[in-house]
Design a protein around this ligand. Structure first.
Ligand SMILES: Cc1cc2nc3c(=O)[nH]c(=O)nc-3n(C[C@H](O)[C@H](O)[C@H](O)COP(=O)(O)O)c2cc1C
Length: 413
């Protein structure tokens, strides 16, 4: 039996190690971005959409995007060859259960993507993936299409494996965009899902990827150390040169710092922009912009929606939702997809190698001799951790600002 990392090599031989995919971000991950990611030896995903009704505009647009990707990757004259990219679908919509397969079967058979990604079934329709996955696998046997499922909890990972997923994406709450309302970071989620795969599904060929807050090689190395076989990055690729995101969005992302303070997980982003139809199981992380600040100030939803619509009419982008993960402060310049992937792979290898070459990796560091009484050391450490103006002995040389709202908001907009 192959190890999960070798499975990735077998299934997607064009992809180099460590495996890096772009997230199938609806509206951002198009043919240009996904082809650029695959061409750079990553794994490109297109955001396919959520409306599977027979008259769905999203699905006809998807067909065009898939044809464009095939062309961009130089496979237009080889229609029987699978395209080494995937398509992501959001599955909570009421049209998923009755129409997913009959609407998508002809599209996927025509374009033969190497993978499909499913995310966000409705809690009211728990059998959606259980019925979709076997049907997908059945009609795609000829080109061996793999099924990825993104999850935010260990129990959802268990369900996904039982339903037939080949790849589980453990999505932590650091992630940009939609995610489990109640979840945890990948530091806890990835190892616990790895343990689940080892203890409950031994011998089953399932790959584990990590998503959420991974922006460069340091995040990649960390994810591998936690037990992932590869990673998915979303926010970092929105800022890629090949990303179709508006310049205003890229500017907000590239200028944002300190993502824990400047982004927030909430349902308000959806409510204001008119996409509040997500099931309660999910919310979304975005940069705190004008609309969110108005919400904090007590502006009613109705008035906030009015302001959002008025700004959109005037072409004012300041109220647009900018979905982003907590790692946003690490994206400082627009890079090509190739530079993002190769840079992250190179840095991940270096971090892992340097760690094992470091003298401290060979033998444990000596235990420091205690030169001061223990209580004094503790106070010294605590003192360093406490901001000066919270210390009891603080005497301000200048008046202290009480404009906490401004400070907390970062003043970056
Ligand atoms: C702008 C944006 C759009 C997204 N759209 C989707 C989507 O359509 N389908 C999906 O499964 N995940 C979507 N996600 C979530 C990603 O799959 C992924 O979990 C996330 O980007 C990882 O976190 P990161 O952004 O910190 O890298 C989106 C994320 C962002 C930032």
């Amino acid at each position: 039996m192959s190890s999960p990392r070798n499975l990735l090599e077998q299934w997607f031989p064009h992809a180099s190690k460590p495996f890096i995919a772009n997230a199938p971000m609806l509206g951002t991950a198009n043919s240009t971005l996904s082809a650029a990611v695959t061409a750079a030896s990553g794994f490109g995903f297109i955001g396919g959409g959520y409306d599977f009704s027979p008259e769905s505009k999203q699905m006809s647009a998807l067909s065009n995007e898939l044809a464009a990707t095939r062309k961009l990757l130089g496979l237009a004259d080889k229609p029987n060859e699978p395209v080494p990219i995937g398509v992501g679908f959001i599955t909570f919509h009421p049209s998923a259960l009755p129409h997913f397969i009959n609407v998508l079967k002809p599209i996927l058979q025509q374009h033969k993507p190497a993978a499909v990604w499913l995310f966000a079934p409705a809690e009211t329709n728990p059998g959606t993936h259980a019925s979709i996955i076997p049907a997908l696998k059945d009609f795609s046997q000829q080109w061996n299409m793999k099924v990825f499922v993104q999850v935010g909890t260990v129990s959802a990972a268990r369900s996904a494996v039982l339903e037939g997923a080949d790849v589980i994406i453990a999505q932590g709450v650091d992630a940009g965009g939609h995610q489990w309302t109640q979840g945890c970071g990948i530091v806890s989620l990835v190892p616990e899902i790895r343990d689940l795969l080892t203890s409950e599904f031994e011998g089953k060929e399932v790959v584990l990827l990590a998503a959420g807050g991974i922006m460069d090689g340091r995040g990649v190395a960390a994810a591998l150390a936690l037990g992932a076989d590869g990673v998915v990055m979303g926010t970092r690729f929105i800022t890629a040169r090949e990303s179709p995101a508006p310049e205003t969005t890229k500017k907000v992302l590239l200028e944002a710092r300190d993502g824990g303070a400047t982004t927030i997980k909430s349902t308000v982003h959806d409510d204001v922009q008119g996409t509040g139809f997500w099931p309660v199981l999910y919310d979304g992380r975005a940069v705190m912009g004008e609309s969110y600040r108005d919400h904090l100030e007590g502006v009613s939803l109705e008035d906030n929606v009015g302001k959002f619509k008025a700004a959109a009419k005037l072409g004012d982008a300041s109220r647009r939702t900018v979905w982003a993960g907590t790692g946003v402060g690490l994206a400082r310049e627009e890079l090509s997809a190739r530079d993002i992937i190769e840079g992250a792979q190179k840095l991940a290898r270096k971090r892992i190698k340097d760690h094992f070459n470091h003298p401290s990796a060979a033998s444990p560091p000596p235990v420091p001799t205690q030169s001061k009484p223990q209580h004094y050391q503790r106070r010294a450490v605590a003192h360093r951790l406490i901001p000066p103006y919270w210390r009891p002995d603080f005497a301000p040389s200048q008046p202290v600002s009480t404009n906490f709202k401004h400070e907390v908001g970062g003043g970056g907009w």
